[in-house]
Design a protein around this ligand. Structure first.
Ligand code: COA
Length: 154
């Protein structure tokens, strides 16, 4: 098993300018477009940590607190909060910046779970996650509660 890694080692940040290809029928950004970006950012963090391919196995509740406008610069940030034997949870958060005014909005955060897979598509073990700061330890403990809830509802 490879050495343990810190959450910062696999942190990912994706930026994208919201063009007309991401529009919904109201002229704002389509929620599905943001969900895809979030899954990509979370998966990128999980792949970096695992050093292997991953599949998305679960996504927790997704709530959009504010609309995102066309022309906004969206940043999607992903960081691992917890790993099990083969699964990894990523906290994925989204901010939107109006480039004309500089106004920044945190629009949503969600938790995605990925499973590392081997060449045959079977779940494969991932490195441990080194949590050292108080904030990382708190996020780990909260992730354990979410994991228990997910697996209880399986
Ligand atoms: C992910 C997958 C390989 C897991 O298969 P499985 O038979 O449940 O495998 P396991 O029981 O060994 O579980 C593997 C890990 O997944 C986790 N897991 C399984 N079901 C889960 C669920 N509903 N929620 C959260 N985690 C789950 C397990 O806890 C385990 O993690 P751990 O090793 O850290 O404890 C399988 O469900 C799958 O292929 N799903 C489809 C994934 C996919 O194609 N995603 C893209 C959709 S388009």
């Amino acid at each position: 098993m490879p050495n343990a890694k810190a959450p910062a080692a696999s942190r990912v940040s994706l930026g994208q300018l919201m063009g007309t290809d991401s529009s919904n029928t109201l002229g704002n950004v389509h929620g599905g477009h943001i969900m895809k970006l979030m899954d990509e950012a979370g998966a990128a963090a999980a792949i970096r940590h695992a050093g292997s391919k991953v599949v998305t196995v679960a996504v927790d509740q997704m709530v959009f607190h504010e609309p995102i406008r066309l022309g906004d610069l969206v940043t999607v940030s992903a960081e691992l909060t917890h790993v099990g034997r083969t699964s990894m949870e990523a906290e994925v958060s989204v901010t939107a910046v109006n480039l004309l005014t500089g106004a920044t909005t945190h629009t949503n955060t969600a938790y995605f779970v990925y499973v590392a897979i081997d060449k045959e598509g079977r779940p494969s073990p991932v490195p441990a996650l080194t949590v050292t700061t108080e904030a990382e330890r708190k996020r780990w403990e909260e992730a354990v509660v979410r994991r228990e809830r997910r697996l209880a509802g399986k």
